[in-house]
Design a protein around this ligand. Structure first.
Ligand SMILES: NC(=O)C1=CN([C@@H]2O[C@H](COP(=O)(O)OP(=O)(O)OC[C@H]3O[C@@H](n4cnc5c(N)ncnc54)[C@H](OP(=O)(O)O)[C@@H]3O)[C@@H](O)[C@H]2O)C=CC1
Ligand SMILES: O=C(O)C1=N[C@H](C(=O)O)C[C@H](O)C1
Length: 261
């Protein structure tokens, strides 16, 4: 590994995404995982030893990685953001399910270090979101419903990606201002509704479908993630992009825009 390799810290190293990120980093030329931590004791991942998350502050001080990648839970992500801010380490977080006050905490950390938060690191989802904005704006008055499907161990619902897509729809369709989570009983559709449906089943990696319907026609826009490697690769691209940046609040779109220049 060369002296100017991208040096990473990874939290949640024992989780589904933490493992995926470490495996992708080990496979990628010019990237080294200097720090990997998990809350509970964890065997090495892809040959990378996993330390106790309680030691993260000491490890960031001694290893000074270029960026930390976090896929954990909202409480830990906020705590790790504060640790990054204290240590001067840029943060990339893909964690979802934050409360508004926790987003404020992440934004506070971004005053000290660069923080990049993305609900989905798949490039196809970035394209889906652009397509949804365009379609929703081009089809005024059409009904919009969103369905997301994930594995049976996912905690937050609806998914972070679903919420981002709903923000996108509402940004171009001011008439749609009521998110209705499932329907039951006597529940006719109101004019301002966007129906939101969260399915949890088996080992589905992640699917998002937006249905637009009106004027005797329907349009369906769907993204399906084939495996978690697609998210891990995007997170590594984000870490590469954020290293050495000024403090601030960034999104995955900034990474993709830079690639398009
Ligand atoms: N932005 C994106 O592209 C993607 C985002 N995600 C998001 O990433 C997050 C993690 O997903 P996934 O890897 O599937 O989840 P897992 O449950 O497989 O892993 C979660 C990891 O976070 C750790 N963790 C959870 N809570 C805490 C806590 N309070 N303190 C310290 N560590 C904690 C767990 O540690 P322990 O092992 O000790 O429990 C575990 O290592 C979710 O929010 C998910 O929605 C997922 C995929 C893609
Ligand atoms: O928990 C997951 O698995 C995923 N979470 C993200 C989300 O909540 O949108 C992204 C992806 O869909 C997988």
């Amino acid at each position: 590994m060369s002296a100017d390799a991208l040096s990473l810290a990874v939290t949640g190293a024992g989780g589904r995404m933490g493992r995926e990120v470490i495996e992708a980093a080990v496979d990628r030329e010019g990237v080294a995982v200097a720090v990997a931590v998990n809350r509970t004791e964890t065997d090495p991942v892809a040959g990378v030893p996993v330390a106790d998350a309680a030691d993260l502050d000491d490890l960031l001080a001694s290893e000074a990685p270029d960026a930390l990648i976090d896929f954990t839970g909202p409480d830990s992500a906020v705590a790790y953001a504060e640790t990054c801010a204290d240590a001067g380490v840029p943060l990339v977080t893909g964690t979802t399910g934050f409360a508004d006050a926790q987003i404020d905490d992440l934004r506070a950390a971004s005053e000290a270090v660069p923080v990049l938060k993305a609900s989905n690191f798949a490039r196809g989802v970035a394209a889906l979101r652009r397509a949804v904005r365009e379609a929703a704006a081009a089809l005024p008055g059409y009904d919009v419903e969103l369905t997301e499907t994930h594995h049976n161990a996912k905690r937050d619902a609806p998914s972070g990606t679903a919420k981002s897509i709903l923000d996108d729809v509402e940004s171009v369709r001011e008439d749609l201002d009521e998110r209705v989570h499932g329907r039951e009983g006597d529940a006719p559709r109101g004019p301002g509704e966007v129906g939101v449906h969260a399915r949890r089943a088996g080992d589905v990696t992640g699917e998002h479908e937006v249905l637009l319907a009106g004027n005797r026609e329907t349009l369906e826009l769907t993204h399906r993630a084939g495996d978690r490697g697609v998210f891990a690769e995007g997170a590594l691209d984000a870490a590469d992009w954020i290293a050495g940046r000024d403090p601030g609040w960034y999104g995955f779109g900034d990474v993709l825009d830079a690639g398009a220049e």
